[in-house]
Design a protein around this ligand. Sequence first.
Ligand SMILES: [Zn+2]
Length: 165
Amino acid sequence: MEYTDPTTTGSTIDPSSSSRLAASLPTAVKGPCAACKILRRRCTDKGMLAPYFPPTETLKFIIAHKVFGASNIVKSLQELPESMRADAVSSMVYEAKARIRDPVYGCAGAINQLQKELRDLQTELAATQADLAIIRCQQQQLQLNDSMSFPEQSNLGSPWESYWN
Ligand SMILES: [Zn+2]
């Protein structure tokens, strides 16, 4: 790869080397997109998948292609406005990864697992809140007992008057 040229990695780039960088950039970055690389097709500008599967993200395409098939991915993307396609691709890649990890339940398995964790944590939270309420009650009880055992310290009548009114 000619991209490792040390003159282009420094922070100070003189005009001659930056123009050299600009000239070498298209060839260094282009190459076939991940989809065309895997499908052994010629990569054209019209490739629907190219923007979402750049040459550096081959594995992402392999995973999505294995589960959905390239033509289904293209069909799905064609049905969507361009602004939603990137999200659709990341969703498909996520779903495909989940399907490979868990061939029976896929994404639903992951959702189930997270919902179970959520229920367990909610149960734990409720139990902790109940414990906390009990401790607060006990503390109040102790404070009441304390104030009741020293009634002579208050010269202003019953300590309850100000408490209850
Ligand atoms: Zn391509």
